[in-house]
Design a protein around this ligand. Sequence first.
Ligand code: TYD
Length: 211
Amino acid sequence: MISPGFLFTFEGIDGCGKSTQLALLREYLSSQGVPCESFREPGGNIVSESIRDLLLHSDHPITPTAEVFLFSAARAQLIEQDIKPRLEQGITILMDRFFDSTTAYQGYGHGVMDADTLQKLHPFATGGLLPHRTYIFDLSVVEARSRTQQQEKDRIEQQSEAYFERVAEGYRQIASTASRYMILDASRPIGELHDAIRGDVTSWIHPAQGE
Ligand code: TYD
């Protein structure tokens, strides 16, 4: 699906630094006068944030299959209510996670469905919307965990190291499946990573477009 606005998504295991990079890019694009907004998944509106709360903070077990549908439900609401109308107005959207997270966390991490089955499921939630570019932040599970060890862990972050190894490996596999993926070594300094992303984004959004 082609829209006038650009869609850039940020992916990787917890602690990989994607949210920091998304904030830096948003600041840069705004400083260039590019109309730009950001959203996180799951979340972004009242319904999707309620589903997020259930997924991340439920005291009751949620099965991996139910996770697939809950993440997808939060996504469907976000896309239809918030993302599509903005893209149609030509606003550039930065998303902290999108359907590749479901493929990595529920598909590769939990083995709920194979990647091919999930690829067939995602368009039902997204209406076929695809990112122009997806940045995958590749980091070892040990380093990612050392970055987040002081923070309180939500239901998903409490999964085992072996689970996150499968998720990280899943992202490496996903990165090789289409040209929209750009895999980045997330152990590089913040400024270097930002420069790399900024360089790539400005090959899509020419500065004149934001003026
Ligand atoms: P995130 O907002 O990146 O975590 P944080 O608030 O700690 O920065 O993502 C929320 C969690 O949900 C994260 O552990 C990844 C997980 N997740 C899935 O398992 N599947 C999905 O489809 C999505 C979107 C997120």
